[in-house]
Design a protein around this ligand. Structure first.
Ligand code: ATP
Length: 257
């Protein structure tokens, strides 16, 4: 499916990062990262394994502290927040992890109810059921409501994982390798779902991947981490219009393996 132009508000920066540095001992992972995520935008972060993509996500979500630099999420300086305020902020961020992180002993319905029971105690039974059905319908899996995760395919589990995140109506979605471990056809389904989520819920998203098909079909803008910095950014075509050997190798590797 061709990526439709999304309504992006470039005056509204939901994540703003300036001069971010992070090292582990002798290992300098992020060496001065600047990033703006605009309201309504799908931003893809590309990079080889070990370039620091997950470290970046962990710093954005307050799980790791930066060594240097400013990380502002929805108007708040993440590393300066109390744990209570950080918890409140995290409710506005949806995390879609590689392994979908579903509870195997719970049905799909119970999995989706879990975040509501923890964070939306005021909702009635009827309101909870409505929210669950609405979000399952949104990811095209209403029929799976009473199934166990073990009865679902990898792609379906990924969808349920995304539904469980969406049920809290996050303003920001962070997708960590959304197509990892999925076959090419199922990957296309997930890419389409990421675009549908953007359209339907007006989310702003960071999509971390090294899958170039995913990058091309979901990204309004692509940023590529190279040696600890975003050295290339723009549309998919702009990022790869270069003689930089590191970028060429990354591109060729993706389409030949
Ligand atoms: N808590 C930590 N302590 C020490 N080193 C860490 C820690 N977290 C990450 N690293 C190191 O930082 C580097 C970047 O890791 P990161 O997980 O961000 O890579 P990545 O780009 O997400 O890779 P992949 O695509 O394989 O998931 C790696 O060398 C990793 O070993």
């Amino acid at each position: 499916m061709e990526k439709k132009a999304a309504p992006i508000d470039r005056n509204d920066c939901v994540i703003c990062i300036r001069g971010l540095e992070k090292s582990f001992g002798e290992l300098d992972v992020l060496k001065g990262v600047d990033l703006d995520l605009y309201q309504g935008e799908n931003l893809v972060v590309l990079g080889r394994s070990g370039t620091g993509k997950s470290v970046l996500i962990k710093i954005i979500s307050g799980l790791l502290k930066p060594d240097k630099g400013a990380v502002n999420v929805l108007g708040q300086q993440v590393d300066k927040l109390s744990s209570k305020d950080l918890q409140q902020l995290r409710l506005k961020i949806g995390f879609s992890f590689q392994n979908s992180a579903l509870y195997d002993s719970m049905t799909v319905k119970e999995n989706l109810e879990f975040p509501l029971v923890r964070n939306s105690k005021h909702l009635s039974r009827k309101e909870k059921d409505h929210a669950i059905e609405e979000v399952l319908d949104g990811v095209g899996l209403l029929q799976a409501i009473n199934q166990m995760p073990s009865e679902l395919s990898g792609g379906q589990r990924k969808r349920i994982g995304i539904a469980r995140t969406l049920i809290m109506r996050p303003q920001i979605m962070l997708y960590d390798e959304p197509t990892a471990g999925l076959d090419p056809i199922t990957s296309i389904d997930i890419n389409n779902l990421i675009n549908e989520v953007q359209e339907k819920y007006s989310t702003s998203s960071i999509i971390i991947t090294h899958d170039l098909t995913c990058a091309k079909s979901t990204g309004d803008r692509i940023m590529m981490l190279l040696d600890g910095r975003f050295e290339r950014q723009g549309t998919f075509e702009e990022v790869f219009q270069t003689d930089d050997e590191r970028v060429r190798t990354f591109y060729n590797y993706n389409f030949t393996t």
